[in-house]
Ligand binder design. Structure first.
Ligand code: SAM
Length: 470
């Protein structure tokens, strides 16, 4: 295990293929991605598009450094954009703003010497093809001003909640209304680096044994859930012990609860609804000899379910059938099939996983919450008839907004008298809202995981045919 390489401050073209890319190149590509992101593209997608544009000097191996630079800026987006507003008389072009944004992100993060960042940003402007070309003098002046006034700018701008917590005002208002005591902590968590948490396939290896394997290699790790291990220092998946052989998978400990709490038994027919990219499919497949239908509407993402399953190899106990289909229209694919268990991992705002995707609050619009809640309601409505009497459905969303969680399930129970909540294992109630916890979490020995993102979970059972609701 070793840490991922950072962008080098300088690199000569003749250096070998493993050499770190020049920071100037990384800033230039990250700026292209940033510009796309600020017009509404998800940051990961924007980064892959920027990398695939085939510009001079762009190499696939730049991806981690570009991602690091873009994500670093996203975690301070509100402050960075407020600084740019303060230090420029007229709004710069979108391309120039983007280069300034990713460069200021590096200055604020203090990963490289300040003058190196300025120098490399100027070089990036010089080698840009778009609107930043020819503006290297301007880039130099703005960045030097940032260095000169950084402390007072930060202090003053941080008075605004939007800057302090790095989220749009409407997002903050919703969290404040739903969590009057915790909203500040929740928002702070969103700007922390995401912890790398693994799911250990306990059918293949005991968690204690896996931790011993890590310990023997000097890898710092803590058990944070029944099957969950937190690696203190994030590394690319290719360097994770046992990942390639399918002994461990990357999955947040809160997300792991869904399959664990579904309560599956050998021989059952299980619908993994909204399955892609297959994190929970893989987990279910490890658990017991089940017949799993893993369904998702997104063909490209379905291919990733197959890849995930292939990696698990012989560590799979279940047979899995992956289908591309719209779950809101079950007649199109079910052929009258009924399931013993349904796991619905519904599309949502993803407000519980902002530290993994700091672009989320900036991509969402207030109306998205109601729109996604409507999609979730339709999916619950369409899938409920597919559950056989006495069967169980586990609903999960990685959201903190009550409309997608408790409110969604309350409405569902009102509309479906043949549904009743079942206490979640080890919990007093049938629903649970998990708020993200800090990556300083302690060792797990029982109960809920100690380190997790934000999720809402609910477990619903269908009454037997003959049983009348109260
Ligand atoms: C939260 S992600 C699922 C994550 C997945 N369960 C895992 O553990 O890796 C939500 C998924 O819902 C899918 N989805 C959204 N609407 C759908 C629909 N109407 N029918 C099927 N899948 C849908 C999306 O394509 C997306 O892959």
């Amino acid at each position: 295990l070793s840490k991922r390489p950072r962008a080098a401050e300088h690199v000569a073209p003749e250096q070998g293929p493993g050499a770190a890319p020049a920071l100037a190149d990384v800033l230039r590509v990250a700026a292209v991605a940033w510009q796309m992101f600020r017009t509404g593209r998800a940051l990961d997608r924007a980064i892959s598009e920027a990398l695939s544009r085939g510009e001079d000097g762009v190499l696939p191996r730049m991806a981690p450094a570009v991602k690091d630079v873009a994500y670093t800026a996203a975690r301070r987006l509100a402050l960075i954009e407020a600084i740019i507003g303060r230090l420029t008389d007229r709004p710069p072009s979108a391309a120039l703003r983007a280069l300034l944004a990713v460069s200021i992100g590096q200055l604020l993060a203090q990963r490289h010497g300040a003058h190196t960042v300025v120098d490399q940003a100027v070089r990036a402007a010089q080698s840009s093809r778009g609107g930043a070309a020819g503006a290297h003098g301007f880039v130099n002046a703005v960045l030097r001003n940032v260095l000169r006034h950084r402390a007072e700018l930060e202090q003053e701008l941080n008075q605004q909640d939007s800057v302090r917590y790095n989220a749009p005002p409407w997002w903050i208002d919703r969290l404040r209304a739903a969590y009057p005591a915790e909203w500040r902590t929740i928002l702070d968590r969103g700007n922390e680096p995401p912890p790398l948490v693994l799911r250990v396939n306990t059918a293949a290896i005991r968690v204690a044994e896996y931790l011993e394997r890590l310990g023997a290699q000097g890898v710092a790790a803590t058990r944070v859930g029944p099957q969950a291990v937190w690696l203190h220092d994030p590394v690319p998946v290719t360097r994770i012990e046992g990942f390639a052989e399918g002994v461990v998978s990357v999955q947040d400990a809160g997300a792991q609860l869904a399959a664990q709490w579904l309560g599956v038994a050998a021989g059952q027919r299980v619908l993994d609804a909204c399955a892609a990219p297959g994190g929970k499919t893989g987990q279910l497949a490890e658990m017991a000899p089940l017949q799993i239908d893993a369904v998702d509407v997104d063909r490209e993402r379905c291919a990733r379910i197959e890849q995930n399953l292939a990696r698990l190899g012989s560590h799979r106990a279940a047979s899995v059938h992956v289908r591309v289909a719209d779950l809101a229209d079950p007649q199109a694919w079910t052929a009258g099939r009924r399931y013993d268990r349904i796991l619905l991992d519904a599309p949502c705002t993803a407000s519980g996983i902002v530290r993994r995707h700091p672009d989320i609050p900036w991509l969402r619009r207030p109306a998205d919450v109601a729109q996604l809640a409507t999609q979730q309601r339709r999916l619950l409505q369409a899938l409920w008839p597919l559950l056989r009497p006495t069967g169980r459905l586990l609903y999960i969303v990685c959201s903190l907004f009550p409309e997608e969680g408790a409110g969604q399930i309350d409405g569902f129970l009102r509309r479906h008298p043949d549904a009743r909540l079942i206490a979640l294992p080890g919990q007093p109630t049938g629903t649970l809202q998990l708020l993200p916890t800090a990556a300083r979490a302690g060792h797990w020995s029982a109960g809920l995981p100690t380190l997790h993102d934000g999720f809402f979970l609910a477990l619903v059972e269908k009454r037997p045919d003959e049983e009348k609701p109260d």
